[in-house]
Design a protein around this ligand. Structure first.
Ligand code: AMP
Ligand code: MG
Length: 410
């Protein structure tokens, strides 16, 4: 581990191996949440499709309401109804009013809507108590989206608003790069499933939960989660199986100890090493390579290190494989306190974020030991404090990787 790579260089080295999004497939809109668009979404329809009413009330000819007021209302003849989904059949004639619901199509001949609160209906007549200007309370066809408009560009992640907009233009089967498959292997003789009884020296396999969760949140399809003892042969077999996936992720067993077999097992599975060792705390013993089908990661086993290195290196790759920006989860934040720099290593500092007028204000969560998994609980983001001699000063802006949507407000 002679040359430790700065975090930015390690991340760039990973992304250099992602030559483009995975092949795309058409996805039912019902299952498209969190997927990424492979191509621009272009509308072939106007939305709304017709001029329609913004209010419940009466469609009128504006000219018929000239001079009307509460004291001197205009009196019009009711001439039918336009309901949402059931447009009026008749054309509005002079001196007539057609009852209309919000969203219902404007009848031919009408050029304004008077809201129901400004009217009084009696037998055979409607009193209009205001003067309506032409166009009043009409939503125009195409006001939201015009036919031919690009509503979403390739690379957009489909969340609630995006799904709604695709539904509103009738795009029911968007093309999306397929989800990257991820195989996760935890190594270590000490590991116990959470359900197993504790034994002396046992360590519960928390990485088997944190890493699949992070992969799923990044849009990947977790195909296997395995546990493997510190045995060369078993590790080789696990590496061969994991290399069937687009992204193979091992955790633990990647250091220089006598019982660390991951690098050698990946090599036996045909992987080519791209880097080993990142100038990062926590997360120094991080290994990255490529195999025939995709990417291979050997992450450190400590629970925080495994999460940190997944977030900094694996997640951007998963985003890029889906055609989304690898920087999707990166934000700029403002430090609320001085943070001492390490001379030779970048630090990933877990922070809570609160929204302020100056932007996101980042406060370290407390003790940053790589085995203190509870320190991740309060973390909204990982800030990356680059190596150096002078402290990173309170008030300075640094890059952070978002872990969730922060809820704190100053
Ligand atoms: P290693 O990277 O294998 O040297 O492991 C470093 C530390 O992380 C050791 O204390 C391990 O017990 C712990 N560790 C390794 N893998 C896991 C895991 N899957 N879940 C929880 N702790 C782990
Ligand atoms: Mg180990």
């Amino acid at each position: 581990m002679a040359d430790l790579l700065p975090v930015a260089d390690a991340r760039a080295a990973v992304l250099a191996e992602v030559t483009g999004p995975l092949p795309s497939e058409s996805v039912s809109l019902d299952e498209a949440m969190g997927r990424v668009l492979a191509a621009d979404a272009v509308s072939s329809e106007d939305v709304p499709g017709w001029d329609n009413s913004a209010m419940d009330g009466y469609a009128v000819r504006a000219a018929d309401t000239a001079g009307a007021s509460a004291e001197t209302p205009a009196t019009l003849r009711p001439a039918g109804e336009s309901r949402a989904g059931a447009p009026a059949q008749a054309t509005l004639g002079a001196g007539e009013a057609i009852g209309i619901s919000t969203g219902a199509v404007m009848p031919d001949g009408a050029d304004a809507v008077v809201r129901v609160e400004d009217t009084t209906a009696a037998a055979g007549e409607v009193s209009i108590g205001v003067e309506a200007a032409p166009g009043r309370d009409i939503r125009r066809a195409g006001e939201d989206i015009r036919s031919g408009d690009t509503v979403l560009s390739a690379g957009s992640v489909l969340g609630s608003a995006e799904l709604g907009v695709l539904a509103s233009i009738g795009l029911t089967e968007p093309e999306c790069p397929r989800r990257p498959t991820v195989a996760i292997v935890s190594t270590g003789d000490e590991l116990l499933a959470p359900s197993e009884p504790m034994r002396p020296g046992g360590v519960r396999n928390s990485n088997a939960y944190t890493l699949p969760a992070l992969a799923t949140l990044a849009g990947a399809e977790v195909v296997t989660v395995e546990r493997c003892p510190d045995d060369p042969e078993a590790t080789r077999e696990a590496a061969a199986r994991a290399s069937e996936a687009d992204v193979a992720v091992f955790c633990g067993g990647v250091s220089v100890g006598e019982h660390d077999h991951v690098k050698e097992a990946f090599a036996a599975a045909g992987a080519e090493e791209k880097f080993w060792g990142v100038a990062l705390r926590p997360g120094k013993p991080t290994w990255f390579g490529t195999h025939e089908r995709g990417l291979a990661f050997g992450l450190p086993g400590n629970p925080v290190s495994a999460m940190v290195t997944f977030i900094l290196f694996v997640r951007p790759a998963l985003r890029a494989l889906q055609g989304a920006s690898p920087d999707l989860d990166s934000v700029e934040v403002v430090l609320d306190a001085d943070v001492a720099r390490m001379e030779r290593r970048d630090q990933a500092v877990r922070c809570g974020l609160i929204a302020t007028a100056r932007g996101w204000l980042a406060t370290p969560t407390g003790p940053q030991g790589s085995h203190v998994l509870t320190s991740m609980l309060g973390a909204d983001a990982l800030t990356v404090i680059e190596a150096g001699t002078e402290p990173a000063r309170a008030g300075s802006t640094v890059t952070a990787e978002l872990l969730r949507v922060p809820s704190g407000i100053e």
